[in-house]
Design a protein around this ligand. Structure first.
Ligand code: FAD
Length: 404
């Protein structure tokens, strides 16, 4: 903060008042420059709420209240130690938030991806960033295909422990040899009586160290026997740990990947060596896994877009606060248009990203509710939201760093 020590008390008073006035005139939306100096990022709830529904606003308020318990120091410590944010997961589970878009009959809240995206945005925006979001996001988006295509028996068996936070799910699609080319993934699951035997490997699987369940996509019919590569993939909700919830089951090895950032949440290489999955844990029809996984990926795209919005706003908030407080040449650096304009432009980009994000999330929810006939372009909408929000957030973060 500016403390003009060497000036006459009257001049100091005038100068301070002048600086306050100038600060208010910064060419940025007013709520961006609010917030107490030196406060934690989680003290802030300022993104424009216009366009959000009443239930989205309620979610934002409730999640902000939870996130205040996890200040910036908590996240810095988790990143340094590389330890999982179990406290946030527990807090969200206790509040019923993990089941935000799962049906009430199994303990969920029956809201939609529209509300879940707000929840993830608010978590990321609080200062928790992607580590905070990753603490629960797979338990929300990856559970969409699980509950949608599961039988009643499976839903009653699978959903309550996830919603209560007693079990966690990870999402296993990416493979080292195929990357984005999901249709050519090589992990195979061969039916043998009442079980499948899985061989192959996955990479970059987040939270596998703490998860007891895995949403696993594997090939059950060889590509060579099919006309369409989109067929012959099957989805499983597999048990990956022993009864203690910690020890990997026979046939699966989890090897943690060392990361430079986002260290609180583990990423893993996964090796399957005759790993057995009960046939009762296959989701829906055999060979229809690709369509099912897209249902989860569209939800993921909306949530990631929300998380990007949160990151972008958190970065802008930090930068604008700094720009209003940092005095160089006897005035806040935020009075310079070279500082103001890029940040203001990023705010506009994030506002545009907000529209795309919540439009895509609404289209997803309409689709789930059977009102989807108008949204044949659902995948494109969800992808566009994720792409645009990620670009806007990246730019906002880059500009924030350049301003600081
Ligand atoms: C921290 C972290 C956590 C992750 N968590 C999970 C998880 O929990 N579960 C999971 O399944 N996966 C996870 N992933 C994997 C992530 O989704 C993949 O990295 C992603 O799908 C891309 O695969 P790849 O890295 O092999 O990239 P590649 O497929 O090798 O692509 C490399 C680059 O080439 C570009 N490219 C590829 N093909 C084309 C093309 N046809 N046209 C133009 N450009 C192209 C890509 O856009 C990319 O820029 C995680 C990744 C990271 C880094």
């Amino acid at each position: 903060m500016f403390t003009p020590k060497n000036v006459h008390p009257y001049a100091r008073k005038v100068l301070t008042r002048h600086l306050e006035a100038r600060r208010r005139q910064l060419a940025l939306p007013r709520h961006l420059t609010s917030g107490p100096a030196g406060a934690s990022a989680s003290d802030y709830e300022g993104m424009g709420l216009d366009g959000l529904t009443e239930s989205q606003v309620q979610v934002r308020k409730a999640i902000s209240a939870i996130c205040r318990k996890f200040p910036d120091e908590y996240w810095a410590q988790k990143d340094i130690e590389g330890t999982y944010p179990n406290d946030l997961h527990r807090e969200l589970a206790n509040g019923g938030w993990i089941g935000i878009c799962m049906p009430e009959a199994y303990g969920g809240s029956n809201l939609g991806i529209s509300e879940a995206a707000v929840m993830l945005q608010t978590i990321a925006e609080s200062g928790a960033g992607i580590a905070g979001a990753q603490t629960i996001h797979a338990n929300v988006y990856a559970m969409q295909p699980v509950w949608t295509f599961a039988t009643e028996e499976q839903r009653f068996r699978w959903l309550p422990p996830i919603i209560a936070g007693k079990q966690r799910a990870c999402f296993a699609v990416t493979e080292p040899n195929t990357g984005l080319d999901t249709l050519r993934l090589q992990t195979n699951a061969v039916r043998q009586g009442d079980k499948y035997v899985v061989n192959g490997g996955k990479i970059w699987i987040s939270s596998a160290q703490v998860a007891q369940k895995m949403v696993l996509l594997a090939r059950t019919t060889p590509l060579s026997a099919l006309e369409k590569p989109s067929e012959g993939l099957s989805l499983f909700f597999a048990d990956i740990k022993e009864e203690d919830g910690v020890t990997p089951r026979k046939g699966i090895e989890l090897r943690q990947i060392s990361k430079m950032g986002g260290r609180a949440v583990d990423a893993n290489q996964v090796f399957f060596d005759n790993f057995e999955v009960s046939a009762a844990d296959r989701i829906g029809e055999e060979g229809k896994g690709f369509k099912q996984i897209l249902h989860g990926m569209n939800a993921e795209r909306c949530l990631l877009a929300g998380e990007a919005l949160g990151l972008g706003h958190a970065a802008l908030r930090r930068a604008t606060r700094y720009a209003s407080e940092r005095i160089v040449f006897n005035r806040p650096i935020g009075q310079n248009q070279a500082i103001q304009h890029p940040l203001a432009q990023s705010w506009v980009d994030l506002e545009a990203a907000k529209l795309l994000t919540y439009n895509a999330a609404r289209a997803y929810d309409d689709h789930v509710e059977g009102k989807g006939s108008a949204h044949t372009d659902l995948g494109a909408r969800c992808n566009a939201a994720k792409y645009f929000a990620a670009e806007a957030a990246f730019k906002a973060c880059e500009r924030a760093v350049m301003s600081i």
